[in-house]
Design a protein around this ligand. Structure first.
Ligand code: NDP
Length: 246
């Protein structure tokens, strides 16, 4: 359980991030929610968490921007006093075959998905080190493990997150900070909703459990990794993919 703790969720306005925020709030955590803008979905997520009786505040921040991340982390620490759990979930796609992919298409995805996690982790590291505790959960993807045609930029960013996770886990274990990654498979959200029916059907056929995952399937694992009882798990990459990549 996460009773009395504070969790920061990037990309918390909708989809997997909103599900993780709701789940940690149900487990008793107060929530600092981050997305680029104060949208209707962000407001709905904030309201749903407050309805659970937990504190929840929204912070607009582009995780690709280091100065914004540092200022946002400062504002969160001031508002909540301390932070216990950081979930680096913000992510984007920009799928194209590599021959058609411009450098900007490639780097923008890395800047949000990989540099974003670096910026936010760095922004909270000192406060975690001072407390000698902290949980960092990075949302990677099975695509970072298995690769995917049309997603060289996205797969590189998600594979990079795995290297970041394992290296940070080694670097900060002595400070009581655990760092793990979740690698979701095909999860029904706005991100996968943009796929054509044919492409989605093909993926579903390749999943042994024969169904798409829900954001709550991912949130259940995030809640497990955030608990006090799982403090001996670090540097792990755990798939939530219905057997898509075995
Ligand atoms: P969504 O597109 O539904 O949500 C993405 C979230 O990220 C939104 O809250 C969005 O906020 C936020 N975001 C995007 N760019 C930035 C930025 N620059 N700074 C801050 N926040 C930002 O995606 P999902 O819920 O599907 O995905 C969540 C994570 O899970 C991603 O990292 C994704 O790669 C990963 N994942 C998803 C899978 C799936 O099948 N859906 C599979 C494997 C991994 P805003 O409101 O500002 O747009």
């Amino acid at each position: 359980m996460s009773e009395g703790r504070t969790a920061v969720i990037t990309g918390g306005s909708r989809g997997i991030g909103a599900a993780i925020a709701n789940r940690l709030a149900r487990d008793g955590a107060d929530i600092a929610l981050i997305a680029t803008k104060d949208s209707e979905s962000a407001r709905k997520t904030v309201e749903s968490i407050r309805a659970l009786g937990r504190k929840c505040e929204f912070f607009a921040c582009n995780v690709a921007d280091e100065a914004e991340c540092s200022a946002t982390a400062g504002a969160i620490l001031e508002e909540f006093g301390s932070v216990d759990i950081l979930v680096n979930n913000a992510g984007i796609t920009n799928d194209k075959l590599m021959v058609q992919m411009k450098e900007d298409d490639f780097s923008k995805v890395l800047e949000v998905n990989l540099l974003g996690a670096y910026h936010m982790s760095k922004a909270f590291l000192r406060s975690f080190m001072r407390k000698k505790s902290g949980r960092i959960i990075n949302i990677s993807s099975v695509v970072g493990l298995m690769g995917n045609a049309g997603q060289t930029n996205y797969a590189a960013s998600k594979a990079g997150l795995i290297g970041l996770t394992k290296s940070m886990a080694k670097e900060y274990a002595a400070k009581g900070i655990t760092v793990n990654a979740i690698a979701p498979g095909y999860i029904e959200t706005a991100m996968t909703g943009a796929m054509t029916d044919g492409a989605a059907e093909k993926i579903l056929e390749s999943i042994p459990l024969k169904r798409a995952g829900s954001p709550e399937d991912v949130a259940n694992l995030a809640a497990f990794l955030a608990q006090d009882e799982t403090s001996y798990i670090t540097g792990e990459v755990i798939k939530v993919d219905g057997g898509m990549y075995i």
